[in-house]
Design a protein around this ligand. Sequence first.
Ligand code: ADP
Length: 269
Amino acid sequence: MHKLSKQGTTFTKFNPVMGDIELKGDDVKDVLNDYERLKRLEEVKTNFLIVTAHELRTPLTIIKGYLEILKERNGEDDRVIRAIDDNTNNMIAIVDDIVTIANMDLGMIELKVESISTLDMLDDLIDRLEEINEIWGDKIILPTDDQILEADRRSIEKVMTNLIINALKYNAPDRKIEINVDSDGHDYILISVKDWGTGIPDEVKEIIFDDFIQFVDSPLTRDYVGMGLGLSVAKRLVKLHNGEMWVTDNPEGGSIFYVRLPKHHAGDF
Ligand code: ADP
């Protein structure tokens, strides 16, 4: 929490270690200069990330195009093509997460609010996931309940895609993941994504939602490529919608991720 006063004498900055600190005279000028410099550096870093990610996105899209031609020539089952395709999809997902995070840091995310049927959105999403991996559709139990919410469809799809892909990655191989959608009182909907996988230890349950956090405890999780951005992107997008996101243990082993969103859009996000 920052409370800056340019002409005044107090600069109050919440510091998690020291609490509120009071600064006077030249200290204030120094701190303001440092603050401005850090802010500029942060902007340069964020812009660098966006430019780099965009530069990577173009060749990746071209590679995807050529892969489609190869798939048509050699068939979908070619092991080499499959491996290149999977890794290209991973890279595209990472680049997209970086762009989303950087845009959010710059306050450049535009939310287009519309009325969304959760069943409709999940159906579309599963179709798209099946294009990435055709067996995924069979590994997902979809809800029967439909809910309508006012939100930015692209953001909510991104949140759900990240949660569903994680659940599929870490699930026990012989189990399906389960998605549920319920009304939570009059004003909220509660979406859950349940898996029977590796589970998440209590001590990392909160920090896995931070940027670049990955937790690796078994050879299974080590196999998966990622930058630890998926959950962070998801949580930020949910927060932009004035919602909440958290994870609990599945009592039968594995995890349940929850997303709680307001049904109605109230004012600016
Ligand atoms: P990544 O892109 O690396 O998967 P995420 O932010 O999506 O990053 O996830 C962060 C970490 O949280 C992962 O590296 C993984 O260790 C853990 N994680 C996420 N979802 C699950 C899940 N459903 N089951 C077990 N671990 C998970």
